[in-house]
Design a protein around this ligand. Structure first.
Ligand code: HEM
Length: 284
């Protein structure tokens, strides 16, 4: 029996180095963009600038960053196709690990909110469905983070891809966790849901349409409609608010930017990204 070759630890270990071991300005920029929200948040917390319930506010913001960065990690592949930027793929691991780091920070801040009473934290997680769900997502992200190395990828072979596809379900569960804690102020959860829907619908597009402006514009409309439906269902099923009036506000420009409209505008902006490449004269 031949032993499977385990690659030597790669020189990719430091986040600011590229695969060739060179310092990369792009990776440094992404690293700064990923770490600065945490540094700002911790500075605000230490300075007592987070309102009357600083730990609660910090918990909420860290959770929001975790979910957004998780969705950004799912946007790396579309970005690669739509913007014709293959280098984007080299950033995915860093972005995914940042999502995990923010989720861990979110849990640590929640423990701080409960005065570091870990027994109370465990009890709350066991008793409240939305916290149990968040905990399951966190465990899943830990597994994906642990197996994100080159070595684990080589060891797991084909199973690695199957394992890492769980990120779709985990991100959906993270969005549900955000909805369940939001109750009647669900705008940010609806935005997360809209982004998740766009990212999943994009993956359903046939390969040849994934970077076509017209297909992407259609996708923007479909994701916006689905976002409005999710919002309607949420308010109708989980709150006493007038869901039909909230749905109608999507057609009223005077009502302020609704989540579904934001998804439509963002989706249409993405649809413009392939244009410079398509309009560039073809080389002889
Ligand atoms: C053990 C795991 C977790 C615990 C105990 C937990 C706890 C909480 C709590 C207590 C809140 C509500 C804060 C408040 O308004 O009172 C919250 C909100 C939230 N959490 Fe978690 N969470 C966990 C895991 C996660 C994970 C893994 C993610 C995403 C990857 C996440 C994303 C969010 C988001 C997006 C919100 C809503 C933030 C907002 O209001 O804008 N959470 N979480």
């Amino acid at each position: 029996m031949t032993a499977r070759a385990i690659p030597a630890p790669s020189r990719f270990a430091w986040p600011w180095l590229d695969r060739g071991g060179r310092v990369s300005a792009l990776r440094i920029a992404v690293l700064v963009a990923l770490t600065s929200p945490a540094l700002v948040l911790l500075a605000l917390l230490a300075g007592g600038d987070l309102g009357p319930e600083p730990w609660k506010q910090a918990t909420r913001e860290a959770g929001s960053h975790a979910a957004h960065i998780l969705l950004i990690s799912l946007a790396v592949t579309p970005l690669r196709w739509v913007a014709g930027w293959p280098k984007a793929a080299t950033l995915r691991r860093m972005v995914g690990l940042a999502a995990l780091a923010y989720a861990l920070l979110h849990l640590a801040l929640y423990a701080g909110h409960l005065a570091w009473d870990l027994w109370a934290v465990a009890k709350e997680i066991a008793l409240r469905v939305y916290l149990t769900l968040g905990f399951v997502v966190l465990l899943g992200l830990c597994v994906l983070g642990w197996t994100s190395t080159d070595r684990a990828q080589a060891r797991l072979g084909r199973r690695w891809k199957r394992l890492h596809r769980w990120v779709y379900a985990l991100s959906a569960a993270a969005v549900l966790h955000a909805f369940l804690q939001s109750r009647a102020r669900a705008d940010s959860a609806v935005v997360l849901a809209g982004c998740w829907i766009w990212l999943m619908l994009w993956r359903l597009l046939p390969g040849e349409h994934r970077a076509r402006p017209l297909a992407l514009a259609g996708l923007a409309v479909a994701a916006a409609v689905a976002t409005a439906v999710v919002e309607f269902v949420w308010y109708g099923a989980a709150t006493n608010l007038p869901a039909a009036r909230i749905l109608a506000a999507n057609l009223d420009l005077a009502a302020g930017l609704r989540p579904a409209q934001g998804i439509l505008l963002a989706g249409l902006a993405v649809a413009l990204l392939p244009l410079p490449r398509l309009l560039r004269p073809a080389r002889a």
